[in-house]
Design a protein around this ligand. Structure first.
Ligand SMILES: Nc1ncnc2c1ncn2[C@@H]1O[C@H](COP(=O)(O)OP(=O)(O)OP(=O)(O)O)[C@@H](O)[C@H]1O
Length: 774
């Protein structure tokens, strides 16, 4: 409901006043920090002038060290302040353009007065710092805006529940300090504003949704108590958006104890990283750490192994059907992704506590100093009731002690003398200084020369032993690879399907220092359980987007590796495109968390696509009946049937041109596989400026993109063209989710093409939901 002219003027006046305050604050900030930048430059410039470095005497060294430290601390402190002021200025600047987006008038039950609460991306106090002109959208009172319509309402503070009545709820669109529109709203966040936001062109960067967060999304964002928060949300329901605003919320709510480095988001592909990168900075927050699961695996397993990536795995799944070992590989993927395999692994690990651990010989200059057998015997001589990792610590200490003994013996060897002759002047100086420091200086004394020789040999031998100690401390004496491979030589009472063939294939692959994607997780799990050094306690919140693409074993691994972390798991079973995926409930079946510590939220409203596109995509996969399309209308999707390649190319070109003329800026030609993408790129690049997206692409740019379906995950485009939805391409029922995922990337227009007959997966879509073109 639009407001009257008088009221409008009043609101604009208030905006003007707020802008004045912002400018006043900006000026004050600039004044008080004016010299800060110059200060920093000056300190940096004169850093070495202001410290006196003197290394002549030990005392001088200590003093020099102290002055350098002092100077560095001063610089760091100034830089911190500078960063802080800079951030504050940036926030003020953002507020000046768009001070707030909402207002609620709230009368607390126990108060007489009605409080006007204006909501923006950050809070702002008046000149005297006494009252709030703008409340941060994350403040406790702000949740009223997202959760209620006018009438009785309440919100939670850390201390209590505040009850009262909401008298008014108003929305604003303010640009460049001018109110563009303002309306009072009865329904939760009014559809007008959403219509306006969603009707815009898509961008290469996701935007924040703070002005229009929906009630059910707000529940996800503000969940403070769950150890595990699971969100099953249909395509385009705002899972990623909610996750990112939740990060911003957590950073605000726990700002004293939590920072962006304590939060880790697992994202589906590198392109997605770039797509979501600007949401948090837009909200004045730093980005959390972001990784793909693959990057995580590689950090742990390379360089020992070349780790296959999931895109390679899926490409094989989709196009390797003709290959000889296809069925074995599929069985292997299913097995190794399952919790059943985790149980097999757990039994195996238990057994390793009693027998079967494999170690490496520790060699020095070609000679075995501690044999694998000796380590084995020592390990199993320890109390078997103690955990494996505890015993490994004792083994490590024992080996280090043994090596120390060998180190001492080694000093008398001939090679040491030879090595001493090769030492440089600095080494001699080091040894002399050490003798001096210990005994004082006796020039020409006989004893000194002997001492020097002894020290030199000690130095030489120690240097040679150092890398050995390092490896022992890294537990490299445990042969994890052999232990993992040995599992595949085991026989089981209830043998998994095709076990012998799977086992053979696994051993072959690992022997070449390559590890399949499906093996990386169980391998890392085993490594972690034996070495016990895998846990990351710095990370306090893990976000798992596109969680349906993780196997149950992968999720179990993450829980194990991030024991101190809360988890937010967001997914859509209908977009599960990997061969190993199961539904979210099964995924989390092996839960380590108490039921009370879990929250499950279901999102059924879809915001991304037009009503017509959502209605079209719904029937492609089963069980989609509950999806509620957002009431934003556009043209019906089209299906263009062509007879041959030439016709295909012509029609594609015509459609792309028409889309460009309409002003669509992100146009995606989505193919099933990378192989098909290459062909599409060849076909289109002569006529258009096209960009081929591969698994290595990490930036998202406007224009025409050609990409395989699995790399489009989590992203959206103005228009989507499905390159070839024919029965020859989408052949299997299992590929319905892939097609569904691809189609649901479209915001405004969706066009499918088919060379020859359309895929049977489209049979389920009623013909009145799309237009057939020939
Ligand atoms: N409350 C909201 N206000 C405005 N826009 C919203 C809101 N919720 C979602 N959207 C928009 O809907 C689109 C889809 O959101 P998002 O990508 O977060 O959904 P998703 O559930 O992660 O999708 P998918 O699983 O299909 O990748 C985005 O453009 C997002 O900005």
């Amino acid at each position: 409901m639009a407001i009257d002219q008088n009221e409008f003027k009043k609101e604009q006046k208030r905006v003007d006043k707020v802008v004045e305050v912002i400018e006043y604050k900006e000026n004050k900030l600039v004044e008080s920090t004016g010299g800060l930048k110059e200060d920093i430059i000056d300190i940096r410039k004169r850093f070495w002038e202001d410290v006196t470095v003197n290394v002549d005497e030990p005392d001088d060294i200590v003093e020099s060290h102290a002055t350098i430290k002092q100077q560095a601390e001063m610089l760091a402190e100034r830089e911190r302040s500078h960063k802080h002021y800079h951030k504050e200025l940036k926030t003020l600047d953002r507020l000046k353009q768009n001070p707030y987006f909402g207002r609620i008038d709230f009368k607390e039950a126990s108060e007489q007065e009605i409080e006007q609460v204006y909501l923006g991306i950050a809070s702002l106090m008046d000149e005297t710092n006494e009252s709030f002109l703008i409340y941060d959208w994350r403040a406790p009172i702000s949740s009223l805006y997202y959760d209620y319509t006018p009438g009785p309402a309440q919100y939670e503070t850390p201390e209590e529940t505040v009850k009262g009545n909401m008298e008014l709820k108003r929305q604003f669109i303010i640009r460049n300090s001018q109110i563009k529109s303002v309306f009072d709203t009865g329904v939760t966040i009014g559809d007008e504003l959403l219509q306006e936001v969603l009707g815009n062109r898509s961008d290469t960067h996701m935007k924040s949704i703070v002005a229009t967060i929906q009630k059910e999304q707000n529940k996800i964002i503000r969940d403070d108590s769950s150890r595990l928060l699971v969100v099953q949300g249909v395509a385009g329901s705002g899972k990623t958006s909610a996750a990112l605003q939740r990060v911003a919320y957590l950073l605000y709510r726990y700002r004293q104890t939590l920072n962006a480095n304590n939060i880790l988001l697992f994202s589906p592909n590198p392109l997605f990283n770039s797509y979501v990168a600007s949401v948090l900075p837009e909200l004045g927050e730093e980005n959390m750490e972001q990784k793909t699961f693959q990057q995580y695996l590689e950090a742990e397993l390379s360089p020992a192994f070349t780790v296959e990536d999931p895109f390679n795995q899926i490409e094989y799944t989709l196009s390797g059907r003709e290959e000889e070992h296809y069925q074995i590989r599929m069985a292997s993927i299913h097995l190794k992704s399952s919790l059943k395999f985790k149980r097999i692994m757990d039994d195996y690990i238990q057994q390793l506590g009693l027998k079967g651990m494999i170690f490496r010989n520790i060699k020095f200059r070609g000679k075995r100093l501690v044999t694998a057998q000796a380590i084995h015997d020592f390990f199993y001589s320890l109390d078997a009731s103690q955990s494996i990792t505890f015993r490994m610590e004792q083994v490590e200490a024992w080996i280090l002690k043994e090596l120390k003994k060998f180190e001492r013996q080694e000093r008398k060897k001939v090679w040491v003398n030879e090595a001493i002759n090769l030492l440089d002047k600095g080494d001699y100086l080091e040894v002399d200084q050490a003798i001096e420091a210990k005994d004082g200086f006796h020039e020409d004394s006989f004893d000194d020369i002997e001492q020097e020789e002894a020290r030199l040999s000690r130095l030489v031998v120690h240097r040679h032993f150092k890398p050995l100690y390092k490896k022992v401390k890294q537990l490299k004496f445990i042969n994890i690879q052999a232990i993992y491979m040995a599992l595949f030589k085991e026989t089981f009472s209830s043998k998994p399907r095709r076990w012998k063939e799977i086992a053979q294939a696994t051993i072959n692959q690992l022997s070449q220092h390559q590890i399949y994607y499906e093996d990386a997780t169980p391998y890392l799990y085993l490594k972690g359980k034996i070495e016990g050094r895998y846990q990351n306690t710095a990370i306090r919140h893990v976000f798992l987007d596109e969680a349906q693409d993780y196997s149950p074993f992968q999720i179990a691994l993450l829980k194990e590796f991030f024991p101190k972390s809360k988890m937010t798991v967001l997914g859509d079973f209908n977009q599960a495109i990997y061969p190993h995926t199961e539904n979210l409930t099964d995924l989390l079946a092996d839960d380590v968390y108490d039921v009370e510590a879990q929250e499950r939220i279901v999102l059924t409203r879809s915001y991304r696509s037009t009503y017509e596109i959502t209605e079209f995509t719904k029937p492609i996969v089963e069980g989609n009946e509950e999806i509620i399309p957002f009431n934003r209308h556009g043209e019906k999707p089209t299906l263009t049937l062509v007879n041959d390649e030439l016709g295909h190319r012509e029609k594609l070109a015509k459609t792309i041109k028409a889309l460009q003329e309409k002003g669509h800026e992100t146009i995606a030609v989505i193919c099933k596989t990378a192989k098909e993408s290459d062909a599409a790129y060849d076909a289109l690049s002569k006529a258009f400026d096209v960009r081929l997206v591969t698994k290595k692409t990490s930036t998202f740019e406007k224009g025409i993109l050609v990409l395989p379906s699995y790399l489009a995950k989590g992203i959206e485009f103005d228009a989507v063209l499905i390159y070839n939805a024919s029965k020859d391409i989408y052949t299997q029922a299992s590929e319905a989710k892939l097609l569904y995922t691809a189609c649901t990337r479209a915001m405004h227009e969706l066009h499918l093409f088919s060379i020859g007959e359309k895929s049977s997966l489209l049979e389920k879509v009623p013909s009145e939901l799309y237009t057939v073109l020939k």
